[in-house]
Design a protein around this ligand. Structure first.
Ligand code: HEM
Length: 390
């Protein structure tokens, strides 16, 4: 704990304390764009050489693209889009749980946590029901390439993932094209909305709109929709699964939550602190030499921010290794902080609260069939690959 910043064997610097991570996430001298590295990562082949998505850009470009992505959530498009989705999410989750009832053994990942977020985000974007299985298949191929298991054909998996990304980008581009001039109230319609606007105050297309009234260009649209599908999928799967695993390991908390369902929002926040799906932010780069807790980190080297360590920092959280859903002031780093804080946090929160509430009420005395369960092999994402329940 004396070493808040450590240089690693590969030359990158790792920061693992709460205060330093938050300061860096709010510091304009720290870039999210890996092209500012002294040794920039190789450009990935395939994926149609799409431009970087806004998670890997700095302001003002990041701000412009994120504001367009926010349009579906403001007037005049669909105010309260997430709230209005509650019934839809409950219905999708309910259907998946009903299908579980007929099985002796359940894998919570494959049978529930994996299909739920992809179906929800497809509905939000406006993917027609008959195409959801195809989008599901593409996302499965893309996410499989994040797992690196020795012995498997990593190159082949990468090629499959890139091909899936290309096909999905083309598909989403075509779908958005159909919305041009024929809006249907979904996210894609808002992304390609009328750039002139109606002139109403608050109309995202109106003059003075911080997005400049311009909708996404075709490549920007593809890059953004791919980002939403990928950034929002595996993370939500892991939050639901890490949540159920942690609750089953803490039967007193499980009982408390069953007796006091109003504690569910606080429980989801504590799961995000205690077992955050995104353990590290691997992409930051200092634009100039910078002093962090007495260590000079040179311009252009990779800077890794360990959110999961910040969430267990005893200088910030009392008794940090204790899972406590009644914790006051739980400002965890599970969704990051600063201008890049998670765009999908409201959706992930609603989805996980509904998913866990239904699992706790509908499953009959679930228990872990294996503890610990097998984990996905990734240094960045943490979550079981399977979660067999008895
Ligand atoms: C950004 C976590 C769900 C879309 C982030 C960041 C974190 C995070 C830590 C900050 C990245 C950075 O600073 O570089 C999570 C977790 C989720 C979740 C733990 C689920 C439990 C979602 C969902 C969506 C989404 C459902 C989409 C619908 C995004 C996007 C960004 C982002 C677009 C980039 C924001 C920006 O650069 O301005 N997420 N996320 N996330 N997340 Fe999430």
């Amino acid at each position: 704990r004396e070493h808040k910043v450590a240089q690693q064997d590969d030359g990158s610097y790792l920061v693992g304390t709460y205060h330093e991570i938050v300061s860096l996430l709010h510091d304009p001298r720290i870039s999210s764009d890996p092209r500012h590295r002294t040794e920039p990562p190789e450009q990935e082949p395939g994926a149609q050489n799409l431009p970087p998505s806004f998670i890997a850009l700095d302001d003002p470009e990041h701000d412009r693209l994120r504001r367009i992505a926010n349009r579906p959530f403001g007037p005049p498009h669909t105010p309260g889009l997430i709230d209005s989705l509650t019934d839809d999410i409950t219905a999708i989750a309910d259907e998946l749980i009903t299908a579980l009832a007929s099985r002796d053994r359940i894998d919570l990942v494959d049978d529930f946590a994996f299909p739920l977020p992809v179906t929800v985000i497809c509905r939000l974007l406006g993917v027609p029901a008959e195409d959801i299985p195809q989008v599901h298949a593409w996302t499965t191929d893309i996410i499989a390439s994040l797992d690196f298991d020795a012995g498997d054909d990593v190159d082949q998996r990468r090629r499959t993932a890139l091909a899936a990304r290309d096909e999905m980008a083309d598909y989403l581009g075509r779908l958005a094209g159909q919305r041009r001039g024929h809006p249907t109230g979904d996210m894609l319609s808002a992304f390609v909305g009328n750039p002139g606007g109606s002139g109403d105050p608050g109309d995202p297309g109106a003059p003075g709109d911080p997005g400049d009234g311009r909708p996404y260009s075709e490549p920007e649209l593809k890059a953004t929709t791919l980002l939403l599908l990928i950034a929002g999928h595996e993370t939500t799967v892991n939050l639901i699964t890490n949540g159920m695993l942690t609750l089953l390991r803490n039967p007193d908390t499980l009982t408390l939550l069953r007796e006091t369902p109003d504690l569910m929002p606080a429980a989801v926040e504590e799961i995000l602190r205690y077992e955050p799906p995104l353990q590290l932010l691997p992409q930051r780069t200092p634009l100039t030499d910078i002093d962090i807790a007495g260590v000079t980190v040179p311009q252009g080297v990779p800077l890794i921010l360990a959110l999961a360590a910040g969430n267990r920092d005893p200088l910030r959280f009392a008794d940090p290794d204790r899972f406590d859903i009644t914790r006051a002031d739980n400002q965890h780093l599970g969704f990051g902080s600063g201008v890049h804080n998670c765009y999908g946090a409201p959706l992930a929160r609603v989805e996980t609260r509904i998913a866990l509430t239904l699992l706790l009420t509908r499953l009959d005395r679930p228990s872990l069939a294996e503890d610990p369960p097998p984990y996905r092999r990734s240094p960045i994402l943490r979550g079981p690959r399977h979660l067999p329940l008895a």
